[in-house]
Design a protein. Structure first.
Length: 183
């Protein structure tokens, strides 16, 4: 159920900018659906036997409340801040992971438990690059949300930002395969 819900939230998050900009007459429904989905995600993160709520669970409830507010006050344009919140949250998670085990190091350790010191430095630096991407994406999203014409915001948040994420992701894989192994 949790995996299915993650997939549905991902799908709705990807179509969200286009739905808000190009299908305005349905935006209230989209906001309500997003509030429900994030609320369910928060409930699933909490679990029924656990008394502690993870940071992501708390953030899920924050997003549920955010979308509920957007539905109530949709005329005020706060609905355009969703990508800013997501990038801020991801940037914060990656940033605070630098104090212990960097996020990219955690991902790398899923494949290989004992990383060499050189790999630890590499994954720490790569985590910093991801933080930079989240900051840039969040700033661009915020700036475009201020424009009168929201088409730019919709295209950037719904497509171009994902292209940048893909470039970083696949560019790093190619860099690691061809340059790091030959070094």
């Amino acid at each position: 159920m949790k995996t299915f819900l993650k997939a549905i939230i991902t799908l709705f998050s990807v179509i969200y900018p286009f739905g808000i900009v190009f299908f305005r007459e349905f935006s209230l429904y989209l906001l309500i659906i997003m509030a429900i989905l994030w609320g369910l995600r928060g409930i699933l993160e909490f679990g029924f036997e656990s008394k502690n709520l993870s940071e992501f669970g708390k953030f899920s409830f924050v997003l549920c409340g955010f979308f509920a507010l957007c539905a109530v006050f949709s005329a005020y344009g706060i609905k355009y801040l969703y990508p800013v919140l997501i990038n801020a949250f991801l940037g914060a998670v990656f940033y605070f992971s630098l104090k212990q085990t960097p996020m990219i190091t955690k991902f790398a350790m899923l494949k290989e438990k004992n990383l060499e010191p050189k790999a630890l430095i590499y994954t720490r630096n790569l985590t910093k690059i991801w933080i930079g991407l989240f900051v840039i994406n969040g700033l661009i999203s915020a700036i475009l949300a201020c424009f009168e014409n929201k088409i730019y915001w919709g295209v950037y948040c719904g497509a171009i930002s994902y292209v940048f994420i893909g470039i970083l992701l696949f560019g790093e894989i190619i860099f690691r395969k061809f340059y790091i192994k030959n070094a």
